[in-house]
Design a protein around this ligand. Structure first.
Ligand SMILES: C[S@@+](CC[C@H](N)C(=O)[O-])C[C@H]1O[C@@H](n2cnc3c(N)ncnc32)[C@H](O)[C@@H]1O
Length: 351
């Protein structure tokens, strides 16, 4: 991911050309459109005038979907539509943020959470709409073919189990996951985000759907189902910024964990990259000093202490780590995971 300074400072045509390359593998529609935008001087001038990090291509592209652009193909019809709708597009770009919430990541997060002493007090920073805060409301198709329903949650109403979840998460795995999501019991959950979204809010749900790139049909379907599940019993996500609000968030989470007799886990996924390096390091230090278990799911160079810990891999990937130790190399959206200490898939389950 480009840092916000690059979005602010890179020449706009180069920014869109770079983004085209990023989008090409999963969204040729965005790839082609970004290349066209890079060559259209009038549109480039408009996008260039957006303030700082708001020049980020993902924001303009999501705004197009959010406002129902009738064509996503570059050309005169597209340019005319953008012209006619620029005020609305600009207002959305200024008001909204890139905060893609990907429940697919739970396919990697849930087995790790399930490997810890249960129940769990799950604390997520950068939670967006909280779709990764409810891994116990999804089901998991494990590599040996089982669909595992998660365990019953305990106590507070906000933690009610959703019964047989409508969302089954698939993950192609090598090695054996460290825990079985069926064992996962969440006694307390809380999220913090600079700009929390609510799954039950139609505008927020529409924005989250708009952030998915055209052509990523499996993600669209997964998100729609997860939004329904979350809207039926919203996970609590409150407003707060890293690093300054982390201490208070951790203190509340630790108190709730103690009251529930639960293992406190601080989790973040696809979030620390939004912070400058010194703030990321400060966040990690605060987590380490707090006594919580620490589950991170970030790009390979995002967490300073994890940089260079695994051999290079040409695939776009994230590293899932527990207490600063890599547990899995995995796809950024949870579609595959190579468990690092597992035994080969297909070996008998000792449990
Ligand atoms: C890409 S989303 C990831 C959401 C979720 N963790 C997931 O994996 O699906 C990153 C989230 O981090 C939040 N965020 C970014 N910088 C933040 C900060 N300094 N403090 C709190 N939240 C922040 C954004 O608002 C956004 O909702």
């Amino acid at each position: 991911m480009k840092g916000s300074h690059a979005y602010a400072s890179m020449p706009i045509d180069a920014l869109y050309r770079w983004f085209a390359g990023e989008a090409d593998p999963t969204s040729p529609v965005w790839g082609a459109l970004c290349r066209w935008i890079a060559g259209d001087e009038a549109l480039c001038a408009r996008l260039d005038a957006l303030p700082g990090g708001k020049r980020q291509p993902n924001l303009f592209l999501a705004a197009l979907r959010y406002h129902g652009a009738p064509t996503l193909e570059g050309g005169p019809a597209f340019a005319a539509w953008v012209d006619a709708h620029w005020d609305a597009l600009r207002a959305t770009i200024l008001a909204r943020f890139t905060q893609t919430n990907e429940p697919g990541r739970c396919a990697v997060l849930a087995p790790i959470l399930a490997s810890l002493p249960q129940p769990i007090a799950l604390l997520e920073v950068g939670a967006s709409a909280g779709l990764c805060l409810i891994p116990d409301r999804y089901r998991y198709r494990q590599p040996w073919g089982d669909v595992i329903a998660t365990g019953a949650t305990v106590a507070p109403a906000s933690c009610r189990p959703a019964g047989r979840s409508g969302l089954v998460l698939d993950c192609a795995m090598t090695g054996r996951p460290p825990g079985n999501p069926a064992d996962l019991v969440i006694a307390h959950r809380a999220g913090l985000d600079a700009h929390p979204l609510a799954a039950a809010d139609p505008g927020d749900a529409r924005w989250l759907r708009a952030l998915v790139w055209p052509g990523e049909h499996a993600r669209e379907a997964r998100l729609a189902t997860a939004l329904q599940i979350a809207a039926s019993d919203p996970p609590p996500v409150r407003t707060g910024r890293l690093p300054e609000d982390l201490d208070a968030f951790l203190a509340e989470g630790l108190a709730a964990a103690e009251a529930a007799g639960a293992t406190p886990v601080l989790m973040h996924s696809a979030t620390l990259a939004y912070l400058p390096r010194d703030e990321r390091d400060a966040v990690v230090e605060t987590i380490g000093a707090s006594g919580v278990r620490w589950l991170s799911f970030e790009g390979p160079s995002v967490v300073t202490s994890l940089r260079g810990r695994l051999p290079d891999d040409p695939r776009p990937h994230f590293i899932a780590a527990l207490d600063g130790e890599p547990v899995a190399r995995c796809s950024p959206h949870g579609g595959w995971a190579d468990w690092l200490d597992g035994v080969p898939v297909g070996a008998p389950d000792p449990r």
